[in-house]
Design a protein around this ligand. Structure first.
Ligand code: PLP
Length: 279
């Protein structure tokens, strides 16, 4: 069954999956989500994604309908039914269906949606060459640590990416680099890997945590602090981390060449280390 969907406990073909127009996800963006991918058919870091889903739910006073074990069961079943070589699993929980009113009733039943689609990894040639990025003002709200479906600022930022014909945009708030529109950003300065600290200004990426752990185990020094936009251009290396991008070198930002204009040695080392961790 290609492109599997799941709504509130039932699997169905994606084309048949429907939710009410009174769903608060549709009306208010009142919901949370996760994106998980498989390696060799197995979901990567599923527990970390489910833990983050739990944190997002708690932050929004949203009832999590399933335990970690139940979620795992549904995700594995979705992967089995879709039967793709590699899959991208999208899970979403919204506060539920109710007549439109900002205020919500405590007893609402959340709407749970999952889709399983084929995942096409980035081309090896893109990984090998690195990508180009632009910077955009980070106009997002004050709780970027919550993985909310309310993604309007990210949508506008990604549209700038499309217009500029680059790969990603690096968001800048008050002259400090926060993260990418769909990724975390790491900078190498004099052999140290620097990335924005966890907190309300970034989404704490599952891949970010894996890569920081990897860097430490490789004997690299890491610093969790903000870097300025000026320092970004002057960095020895810049790379993105994320579920779909893995560890991906950025070799040009706003038209300025970063480092040597090709993936640097630390980025390459971490990309190779990441590949061996997921394989
Ligand atoms: N930051 C933002 C804004 C994201 O949307 C994402 C992924 O979608 C990430 C960071 C990377 O998170 P993860 O490594 O958990 O995929």
């Amino acid at each position: 069954m290609p492109n599997v969907a799941f709504i509130n406990g039932s699997f169905m073909p994606l084309a048949e999956a429907k939710v009410s127009i009174e769903d608060r996800g549709f009306q208010f963006g009142d919901g949370i989500y996760e994106v998980i991918r498989t390696y060799k058919g197995r979901p990567f870091a599923l527990d970390a994604h489910l833990a983050r889903l739990d944190r997002s739910a708690t932050a929004l006073d949203l009832t999590q309908p399933y335990s970690c074990a139940e979620w795992t069961h549904h995700v594995l079943e979705g992967i089995r039914r879709a039967a793709y070589p590699e899959a991208k699993i999208y899970v979403q929980v919204t506060r539920g269906v109710a007549p439109r009113d900002h205020v919500y009733a405590d007893e609402l039943r959340p709407t749970v949606v999952m889709t399983v689609r084929e995942f096409h990894p980035l081309d090896r040639s893109v990984q090998a060459a690195g990508v180009e990025a632009i910077t955009t003002e980070d106009i997002r709200w004050g709780r970027c640590d919550i993985k909310s479906v309310n993604l309007l600022a990210n949508v506008l930022a990604r549209q700038q990416v499309k217009k500029a014909q680059v790969f990603e945009t690096i968001l800048v708030k008050e002259e400090l680099v926060t993260e990418g529109a769909v990724s975390n950003v790491m900078v190498v300065q004099g052999g140290t890997v620097v990335t924005a600290p966890e907190g309300s200004r970034i989404l704490s990426g599952v891949t970010r945590a894996v890569v920081l752990d990897l860097a430490l185990s490789e004997g690299l020094s890491i610093q969790e602090r903000f870097v300025s936009q000026a320092d970004l251009y002057e960095a020895d290396e810049v790379f993105l981390t994320g579920t779909t991008v893995e560890v991906l070198a950025v070799v040009r930002i706003d038209g300025k060449v970063i480092g040597g204009g090709r993936p640097g040695p630390i980025t390459q080392r971490l990309a190779a280390g990441f590949t061996s961790r997921v394989g």
